[in-house]
Design a protein around this ligand. Structure first.
Ligand code: SF4
Ligand code: SF4
Length: 141
């Protein structure tokens, strides 16, 4: 009993392992923690690699409409899209997303990429007409 009393007294004065949220300030995220992905629409080329590599099917890319979409509720923050993007348009932030009761879908609209120009038929360069050399005039010797 005395041992338990000692423990109670010790814990009463010890530093609290938990925080009194939201009264206490929110904990600062560790630099390398995976919080959420951040998309930069200025560099994206709508190649769809991120959507194909996403194991959770959280990214949708519509090239024709110029639309990039993330279903934040499906994202498991694995970071696969971050490493797969050839343009580094997706980065991992250590700031976590706040909870929500409704589905969060981030939609970005961009200029759709122009379709490739039709191939022009190969035109062979015209052969140069044979030029007959002018007769050499014999000078009066
Ligand atoms: S992989 Fe990168 S460039 Fe390609 S669609 Fe995704 S975010 Fe855009
Ligand atoms: S972090 Fe993973 S789950 Fe989330 S969108 Fe990227 S690939 Fe998909």
């Amino acid at each position: 009993m005395a041992k338990m009393f000692d423990l109670v007294i010790k814990n009463f004065f010890a530093k609290k392992p938990t925080r009194l949220f939201p009264v206490a300030p929110e904990r600062v995220a560790f630099p390398l923690s995976r919080g959420r992905i951040v998309f930069d629409e200025k560099t994206c080329i709508l190649c769809s690699i991120c959507a194909r590599r996403c194991p959770a099917d959280a990214i949708t890319v519509d090239r024709a409409a110029g639309k990039w979409e993330l279903d934040a509720f499906r994202c498991i923050i694995c970071g696969e899209c971050v490493t797969a993007c050839p343009k580094k348009s997706i980065t991992m932030s250590n700031e976590r997303r706040h909870g929500s009761e409704t589905q969060v879908i981030e939609t970005f609209m961009m200029e759709p990429p122009k379709p490739p120009a039709p191939k022009q038929p190969v035109v062979k360069p015209a052969t140069t007409a044979e030029v007959t050399p002018a007769p050499i005039e014999k000078s009066n010797i």
